[in-house]
Design a protein around this ligand. Structure first.
Ligand SMILES: C[S@@+](CC[C@H](N)C(=O)[O-])C[C@H]1O[C@@H](n2cnc3c(N)ncnc32)[C@H](O)[C@@H]1O
Length: 315
């Protein structure tokens, strides 16, 4: 996608079709999980993932139905069998039914959310939330105990998240949002005071070829005492220092998330706690890496500076 305007059109169309699915699956259906699963399976099968999987499974470790393991140089297309959907978890190439893969993915993503609730966030912000897939699931299985803010570029994505949140009575609000101009998010925080906020992005910064450092500094500058971030984004190649062409990523996909975070860490603004390539991916390429970091409070930065001065014998 050359620009966000085109990307918005594409996602408006895509999530509009998911909104139709959501109405068909959720209207009059009190079973959240059943509706959520059906929407996911149908969306993934008809969406770009389904198209890519149907076209071919290529590359290292791809296993054909006859059990042949393919090498790097493989260019033969292997038709996708949804009962043997390829996925990567912690670097291991595996297969499962599409529904199993969806649950494995949500399970390990949910574990990361749970592991980051120790600071008792007052709000959980889903950046580039799409139709609300992740926030709806997390909110439901956190027993509605946390407020979620679904920040999304497309109108239809927000409409779908709003619709499902209302039907299943989940504490989720949707906010118009653009990574290239995050005024709406900053305005939201100027009107609502929070001291502890957890942010996450799941395969959304991937769509921003160059994320501006100011996107992060504008959030770090807010008077929020504790800020934590979780990213699951396909940036293995950035972390491992490989050429982008090895990643199976679209040409417009992100190129600088990792270097921006490293820069912020070098400046003492954040502390990166987890960097895990090949964390999880549907398909055997373009896998999501896990990155977690938190804002370094000014107190911490001061004590770090004091320690440095002590060390240099200047005090
Ligand atoms: C691959 S989808 C992932 C959606 C969701 N995170 C999920 O896991 O289902 C990428 C999302 O990023 C959104 N997006 C793309 N460009 C954006 C931008 N400039 N600002 C905000 N969101 C954007 C798209 O509209 C889309 O909903």
């Amino acid at each position: 996608m050359k620009n966000w305007q085109d990307n918005k059109k594409v996602h408006n169309k895509l999530w509009d079709s998911v909104y139709d699915l959501a109405r068909a699956e959720a209207d009059g259906n009190p079973d959240f999980l059943e509706a959520w699963e059906n929407i996911n399976v149908k969306e993934l099968m008809r969406g770009s993932l389904g198209e890519q999987l149907l076209r071919s499974i290529r590359g290292p470790g791809a296993v054909a139905d006859d059990g042949t393991v393919h090498s790097f140089s493989t260019t033969t297309a292997i038709p996708w069998n949804p009962d043997r959907t390829p996925y990567i978890i912690d670097g291991a190439h595996k297969f499962g039914t599409l529904l199993d893969c969806i649950h494995i993915k949500m399970g390990i993503f949910f574990e990361r959310i749970l592991a980051n609730l120790d600071f008792e966030p007052e709000l959980i912000v889903d950046l580039g939330s799409g139709w609300g897939r992740n926030s709806l699931y997390f909110s439901k299985y956190l027993n509605k105990e946390y407020n979620f803010l679904c920040c999304e570029l497309s109108d239809s994505g927000r409409k779908c998240a709003d619709y499902l949140a209302k039907i299943y009575d989940l504490p989720i609000e949707a906010l118009p949002f653009n990574y290239h101009d995050n005024t709406s998010l900053l305005e939201y925080f100027s009107k609502n005071n929070f001291s502890r906020v957890l942010f996450y992005s799941i395969h959304s910064i991937e769509q921003i070829q160059k994320i501006e450092k100011s996107f992060f500094t504008s959030i770090l500058d807010l008077p929020i005492e504790k800020v934590k971030f979780i990213h699951i984004e396909p940036i293995d190649w950035q972390i491992l220092g490989l050429p982008k062409s090895t990643a199976g990523a679209a040409p417009h996909y992100n190129e600088n998330l990792y270097s921006i975070l490293e820069e912020l860490e070098d400046e003492g603004s954040i502390k990166i706690s987890i960097v895990k390539p090949s964390f999880f991916g549907l398909k055997h390429t373009n896998t999501g890496a896990l990155l977690e970091w938190e804002k370094i409070s000014s107190n911490y930065a001061l004590s770090k500076n004091e320690k440095l001065l002590e060390h240099e014998g200047k005090r």
